[in-house]
Design a protein around this ligand. Structure first.
Ligand SMILES: [Zn+2]
Length: 498
């Protein structure tokens, strides 16, 4: 089907009602894996963090990681779930080349946490998203497809498998279906994942980096005519950024509408989202749960979290992000809309830390929502993955406040810090970026500018002081922006007797 036949988004939401659902996987930041003592460091040499258990060798037996169970219960509590008094792990049987046991230890009809909710904000309006379940499972390994242009299996000459990730604890958070969002569905989906990320990050149980895969999102979408039964849903996988959560819902709504409009029917299937093009392609037709032949995992004892322990974990939960935001909004003196845009862009914690490091809320917001947000966008990473710390942003702003650099030089210093040249102070010294306000040093440049622009100089002598701007500009240019503009202006007026 050619692109030109696709209906517009406005047209789609005028005629169809969407229902969305989100399944989010969070890799826990435990020191060891879910069922063995292997380390979990990201980026280690392939197949160096493996043992008989996570390689699925015969005779090896799993032992559950208590820290992972605790982290999952804390996530459940933070999402207002009930914690099961008794539950079990289950075997989910299927073949994947990067899953050596040919089954995944997961949870099926007895998840650890059930029936909660999380509120997501869009433009000052709150949307309550029901949480169906939060369960614990193990991650698979990773396949690397080599020899093709795209890194995908299509066109590859061979594939390599890295089992370092196999067995890392993975928490799956599944929402209830969310109907009634209308045109807002894509934004609410993004706001929910953003909020979920804040909650999990606040608990300190995962670094929740979507671009590194420690948080991954599958998006279920269906559309139907108003009042009709819900449509068949598809599941879009590989949604690896917050922006793409929104894009995936929107593009799938449009795709499904175009299929229905042309008299076709939606097939229940898995689709793969492509970050680069923003479109999804058809994957496998979706299995039913019965295809996996789930059964209780016989090698692990059931879980029965002690009520007193759960109560202890509940009492020790951190301040929820929504409460924290309200507190900060008041402290920073922001409108709902301003606070929403910060929350949706993600940098609440970064701005908070920058202010704590000694700068104003206005300056902190300017850096994180301005130049740094642009840079993150261009590089396709999250703000907190940029190689700059809140303390460095605060010290950069400190240099501006003290008059040692101006805004223009500050942008160059920022470039230097992002390029790994060290602290702002070091970059200023190494690149010689300090503002020159020494009248002796600037005098020659001022004289040159006057000599080169006799007409302008005459106007100023005649009392047209406003014309001095042109000469200030000339001096700024010849000093590569390093002159202190006020000093230059004073020198010009002094020399021309105005
Ligand atoms: Zn292992």
């Amino acid at each position: 089907m050619s692109v030109s036949t696709l209906p517009t988004y406005d047209d789609v939401v005028a005629r169809y009602e969407p229902v969305i659902g989100l399944e989010t996987h969070v890799e826990l930041g435990t020191r060891t894996k879910m069922f063995c003592g292997c380390r979990t460091e990201f980026g280690a040499e392939p197949n160096t963090q493996v043992c008989p258990v996570c390689l699925g060798l015969p005779g090896s037996l799993p032992v559950a990681n208590k820290a992972a169970i605790e982290a999952t219960i804390r996530i459940g509590l933070a999402l207002n779930c009930s914690i099961a008094e008794w539950c079990r792990f289950a075997r989910k049987n299927y073949f994947y080349p990067d899953m050596p046991k040919n089954y995944q230890i997961s949870q099926y009809d007895e998840p650890l946490c059930i029936d909660g909710h999380l509120d997501a904000m869009v433009d000052g309006q709150e949307y309550r998203i029901g949480i169906e379940r939060v369960h614990l499972e193990e991650d698979t390994g990773k396949s690397l497809h080599v020899g093709g242009a795209t890194g995908r299996i299509h066109g590859a000459t061979h594939s390599l498998v890295d089992f370092n990730r196999a067995g890392i604890p993975l928490v799956e958070i599944v929402t209830k279906p969310v109907p009634g969002l209308g045109a807002r569905a894509p934004e609410v989906a993004k706001a929910y994942v953003t909020e979920l990320r804040s909650v999990v990050r606040g608990l300190g149980v995962s670094d929740v980096r979507m671009e590194q895969g420690s948080m991954r999102c599958d998006v279920n979408t269906s559309i139907s005519l108003p009042g009709a039964e819900w449509g068949t849903r598809t599941e879009t996988k590989n949604v690896n950024s917050l922006r793409s959560v929104e894009r995936a819902v929107r593009s799938e709504m449009i795709r499904q509408a175009s299929v229905l409009d042309s008299g076709g029917r939606i097939i229940q299937e898995t689709r793969h989202f492509h970050e680069d093009t923003g479109v999804s392609t058809s994957g496998r037709s979706k299995e039913e749960a019965t295809d996996y032949r789930y059964f209780p995992e016989p090698d692990l004892a059931p879980l029965a979290p002690d009520a007193a322990w759960v109560a202890e974990l509940r009492a020790a939960l951190p301040e929820p992000p929504s409460v924290r935001r309200r507190r900060l909004q008041e402290a920073w003196g922001l409108t709902d809309h301003d606070m929403d845009s910060i929350a949706n862009a993600g940098p609440v914690e970064l701005i908070e830390a920058t202010i704590a490091a000694g700068t104003t809320s206005e300056a902190a917001r300017k850096w994180w929502l301005g130049g740094l947000a642009r840079r993150a966008n261009e590089s396709g990473v999250e703000l907190d993955s940029l190689p700059i710390t809140p303390a460095q942003v605060a010290s950069l702003q400190g240099l501006v406040d003290s008059g040692r650099i101006n805004d223009k030089l500050a942008r160059q210093v920022l470039e230097g810090v992002l390029a790994g040249e060290g602290e702002p102070e070091t970059v200023v010294a190494a690149r010689g970026l300090e503002v020159v306000s020494d009248t002796g040093a600037l005098g020659a440049a001022v004289d040159e500018a006057i000599a080169a622009n006799p007409d302008v100089a005459q106007k100023i002598r005649d009392g047209k002081v406003a014309a001095a701007g042109a000469l200030v500009g000339a001096v700024m240019k010849s000093t590569k922006g390093q002159a202190d503009a006020k000093t230059v202006r004073d020198l010009i007026l002094e020399r021309l007797g105005s």
